[in-house]
Design a protein around this ligand. Structure first.
Ligand code: BGC
Length: 482
């Protein structure tokens, strides 16, 4: 049975965005070519023991050289939108506007012009995990200085590309960046300062995002008429035992400490969720921290964070069953603050990576949750996908089933739950550098042969079937207009 027959395409609005996503460090390669400065991921992946088999993104899919191939892939799928990120240090090698790299500007101009020339709408992420290393030396996201520097970079991008780019994502997944980069040390910059650094990093990311939204609003919006948001990831969490009040509260805390951490300030109250504040404040007393020292306070002297998103950009991958964790007295860690223990329902198949349990129904539930708790925003699903590990299967039937089920859940969210979903972006257009897993985990709609210099792209069956859905939807909307 093919995916195109199953998805109720008539539910999707005529202007629904059908996209796929990538990120600069994961696809571009050309890490030291044409004036690009190093990013924290170059340094991290060049350090022994950080990435599977010490792989790195030096070449990756070579999209810097092979952009024409990527464009062909995008066209092959019939996408209406393409989400990609700028390598900040390709544009500004030391992260600041003191020096602009003309070859970087030329590269992204070509990408953007090629897309718009084919009526494909670009959605650009300003920073997808790969902070310029020069800024890391100055304290990176832990330093309050980053807010001004990020704002200058963003203004430079709006000025240079904003006549053609109308969808901007400031930052990708601050929760993952802060937690994996500063608590677990699994992502660049590889810091393990448990229970403190991640909140400061998250705070500066929110402040930087808000500053950039305000800059766009004040100086560019009237001319460029684009939209700005921040991509937030979240699992969907359910209580392990729905009849147990402690599990219900733990599942809510799990949501508060993941989605709520960033969504609540931007979409709901202008501050962190109450449960984060109260839990962390209570634990501060126990751990001898001063109030506000771990989870910072938003200053009234800065422009508000509330309302700084023109749409909700959601990255969804998996769901969890959650129960109350046993207390960890004296332990300084995010897990101890959160007090929730996650498990995975044994009936959800694990795909590729151990953290990815497949539960498309979770996406529908999460969409409704966002509708209810975040004032019914327009939502673009900016990432969602299915991983393969081990021998390549071009006939990726499980992934086909996954996309079929997922898109059906999205259609139910729209039709039955009234959620304002405006677009869906598959992760990813291409197999690519999957961070600490290197090239061992594949998320692409196109297979990439990393063993050959050509890095040839071959469409997976899931790519063909996704293309068929897009074509059927386009055909349907054309037909219903006639
Ligand atoms: C990230 C992507 C990543 C994907 C799959 C998201 O957290 O934004 O860069 O490849 O998940 O792990």
């Amino acid at each position: 049975m093919s995916l195109s027959k199953d998805v109720s395409v008539e539910v999707f609005a005529a202007d629904f965005a059908w996209g796929a996503s990538t990120a600069a460090y994961q696809v571009e390669g050309a890490w030291d070519l044409d004036g690009r400065g190093p990013s924290i991921w170059d340094i991290f992946s060049h350090t022994k023991g950080r990435v599977f088999e010490d792989q790195n993104g030096d070449v990756a899919c070579n999209s810097y050289r092979l952009w024409d191939e990527d464009l062909r892939c995008i066209q092959h799928l019939g996408l209406t939108h393409y989400r990609f990120s700028f390598s900040w240090s390709r544009l500004l090698p030391d992260g600041t506007t003191n020096y602009v790299n003309p070859k970087g500007v030329a590269y992204y101009n070509k990408v953007i012009n090629d897309l718009t020339g084919k009526a494909i709408t670009p959605m650009v992420t300003l920073n997808h995990f790969d902070l310029p290393q020069a800024l890391e030396h100055r304290g990176g996201w832990k330093s309050p200085e980053i807010v001004d520097v990020f704002d200058s970079y963003a203004r430079f991008c709006f000025k240079t590309f904003g006549d053609r780019v109308k969808f901007w994502i400031t930052l990708n997944e601050p929760q993952i960046y802060a937690k994996l980069g500063y608590e677990d040390g699994l992502f660049a910059p590889g810091v393990k300062e448990k229970g403190s650094a991640l909140y400061l990093v998250g705070h500066n990311m929110l402040r930087a995002h808000a500053r950039v939204w305000h800059s766009y609003h004040a100086h560019f919006r009237h001319l460029q008429r684009g939209k700005v948001s921040i991509a937030l990831n979240s699992d969907w969490a359910m209580p392990s035992d729905p009849g147990c009040p402690e599990d219900v509260a733990a599942a809510q805390r799990y949501m508060d400490f993941s989605l709520g951490w960033f969504a609540c300030p931007v979409f709901c109250t202008g501050d962190y969720p109450e449960s984060m504040r109260s839990r962390i404040e209570a634990r501060n007393l126990e751990l001898d921290f001063v109030d506000g020292q771990r989870l910072p306070k938003f200053s009234e002297d800065e422009p508000t964070v509330l309302g700084t998103a023109d749409f909700f950009a959601l990255n969804y991958y998996t769901s969890r069953k959650v129960k109350q964790a046993s207390p960890r007295p004296g332990e300084l860690s995010f897990a101890a603050d959160q007090g929730a223990e996650r498990t995975t329902d044994p009936s959800w198949p694990i795909c590729g990576v151990s953290w990815l349990a497949v539960f498309p129904e979770g996406l529908r539930k999460l969409l409704s949750y966002i509708k209810e708790t975040c004032n019914n925003p327009a939502i673009y699903i900016t990432e969602n996908g299915f991983a393969q590990m081990g021998p390549v299967e071009l006939e990726d039937l499980d992934r086909c089933q996954f996309y079929r089920d997922t898109l059906q859940e999205v259609s139910k969210a729209i039709r039955d739950d009234g959620v304002n979903v405006k677009g869906y972006f598959a992760w990813s257009l291409l197999d690519n550098f999957e961070w600490t897993h290197g090239f061992s985990v594949r998320f692409g709609l196109f297979h990439v042969d990393f063993s050959r210099d050509e890095r040839s792209r071959t469409v997976y069956r899931s790519g063909r079937e996704y293309a068929a859905v897009v074509a059927r939807h386009r055909g349907h909307t054309k037909f219903s207009k006639d």
